[in-house]
Write a protein that binds this ligand. Structure first.
Ligand code: TA6
Length: 287
């Protein structure tokens, strides 16, 4: 399979496929502007950073790499539901597609950016995932419905690498109300940038044009531009939850936070028969 993938989709030194130490197939990207990688498992973007600069995405040293399990870090895809299943607790958290192998549909290279299209068919829903590794990381997940009208939730569950989570600020959500997932209560807009002082697990409901993750420790700002997203999730597990996650180091929580581009109930996506919807995000280091 690896030889066939490289024969069909590898491009010079820009993108090729290799077997990860776990045996999973990994796409590796290296260009004049950036480096990155993704796994066929879960259509999972795992790494991204500008050339010769710190990684922008976080990847746990304790992550699992096996079919049937989600990789801890990078950008897991939560679909067709977010979080626990609403009615059937025998179902896995965050849906059915982040633990299955996706297929490669196309690759291209324009001299600066590498574009990859991955696909997954989940019943009547055809997922077409366009990823671009370049001066920015852009991810666009189109869902096309070939069956009766239906609804779904989706999250591009992006893990960001930070110097010290107690020092960072997230701007852009100051005027948006949020559901505190830890208490189940809806909180009014804070009017302030988000800072982390404890376990934080919030779903902000409302479209935003752009967010900024300001990291004074590494003197950088990461810009996050959601498109067709009505929900944003902000998460850090902090001390106790970090200890409860076997695929996450106890001392990793200070070095990450999640800003997730999503459409989550009551902002789930409703798709008529024959319709499609694309949820996208563009992530770039501010220069
Ligand atoms: O996005 C935040 C969240 O829903 C948290 O509640 C936490 O469970 C996190 O996702 C990770 O979930 P996972 O199933 O990947 O361990």
């Amino acid at each position: 399979m690896l030889d066939q993938l490289n024969a069909e989709f590898a491009i010079d030194d820009a993108i090729h496929f290799e077997k990860h130490s776990s045996g999973l197939i990994q796409g590796k990207i290296a260009t004049e502007v950036c480096q990155g990688s993704f796994f066929l498992l879960g259509g999972h973007v795992a790494e991204y950073g500008l050339k010769d600069k710190r990684p922008i995405l976080f990847l746990s040293d304790e992550a699992n790499y096996e079919i049937g399990k989600a990789i801890r870090g990078g950008v897991p895809i939560c679909f067709p539901w977010f979080g626990p299943h609403k009615t059937d607790d025998s179902q896995p958290a965050h849906g059915l597609v982040r633990t299955e192998e996706w297929n490669v549909q196309s690759t291209s290279f324009d001299g600066q950016s590498v574009s990859i299209a991955l696909g997954f068919q989940l019943g009547q829903l055809n997922l077409n995932y366009k990823i671009e590794f370049g001066p920015a990381l852009s991810m666009a997940l189109e869902v096309a419905n070939s069956g009766p009208a239906t609804t779904y939730e989706l999250a591009l569950h992006t893990y960001f690498s930070v110097s010290d989570v107690t020092q960072v600020q997230i701007g852009g959500l100051e005027s948006v109300d949020f559901l505190d997932q830890l208490t189940g209560e809806t909180q009014m807009a804070s009017g302030q940038p988000i800072q982390f002082t404890e376990e934080t697990d919030r779903i902000y409901h409302g479209a935003v044009k752009s967010l900024e993750l300001v990291d004074p420790g590494w003197q950088r700002t990461i810009l996050v531009e959601p498109i067709n997203s009505q929900s944003t999730v902000v998460w850090n597990p902090w001390v106790a939850k970090a200890k409860r996650m076997p695929d996450f180091g106890d001392q990793e929580y200070p070095h990450m936070c999640c800003i997730e581009t999503a459409n989550i109930s009551p902002n789930q996506v409703a798709l008529d028969s024959g319709a499609s919807h694309t949820t996208s995000v563009v992530i770039r280091e501010q220069t």
